[in-house]
Design a protein around this ligand. Structure first.
Ligand code: FES
Length: 185
């Protein structure tokens, strides 16, 4: 029959064993979480580096402000294409229009055709023509024919340090051409 001292010793040994197991478990859990945390951080860092590398810096390209140049360098009735900004700069007697080249019908890229007959009285030749479904626009971006529901959209246009600047993050839709849409210089 076990004595009281032996029972006490046995109980103490059991408690010590439990503490050791708990200690190992908690250390193992801690190590596991540390490892997972470290891996998580490394993955986040790699993802951040990936996106930083592949995300284009927005400066002077579509989605940012783009300097178009000295207003004096654009003749009346001229159309100038800025590919990176995805816009046409049109100089009409009322001022300047920076028009988004995306067709308001289904989004195709509208093209300037200087060899086609004009649809305005500013010049004999030249009009915008959407290659997808044939919408035709004049130098004001006004829809002349085709399925497009409205004129070409406008980017906000300002003058800074004597240069025309289009903000290609600021787009305005319009129902009709109106003279106050042009930026006077
Ligand atoms: S997308 Fe331009 S006319 Fe349809």
């Amino acid at each position: 029959m076990p004595t009281a001292t032996a029972e006490t010793t046995q109980q103490s040994t059991d408690e010590s064993l439990v503490r050791t197991v708990e200690s190992r478990l908690s250390r193992r859990t801690f190590l596991r979480f540390s490892l997972l945390g470290t891996i998580g951080l490394l993955v986040l860092e790699a993802l951040a580096g990936f996106f930083a590398f592949y995300t284009p810096r927005k400066f002077g390209v579509f989605g940012s402000k783009v300097t178009l140049g000295d207003p004096k360098s654009f003749a009346i009735a001229s159309i100038t294409t800025f590919v990176e900004a995805k816009l046409f700069l049109s100089h009409v007697p009322e001022g300047f229009l920076a028009m988004y080249w995306k067709c308001p019908h289904l989004g195709c890229t509208v093209q300037w055709h200087p060899e086609e007959p004009s649809e305005d009285n500013l010049a004999k030749m030249g009009r915008f023509h959407c290659p997808c479904h044939g919408s035709i626009y004049n130098r004001y971006g006004q829809i002349i024919s085709g399925p497009a529901p409205r004129p070409l959209d406008l980017f906000k246009l300002t003058v800074a340090n004597g240069k025309l600047v289009a903000d290609t993050s600021d787009i305005t839709q319009r129902k009709h051409w109106e003279p106050n849409q042009a930026t006077k210089v």
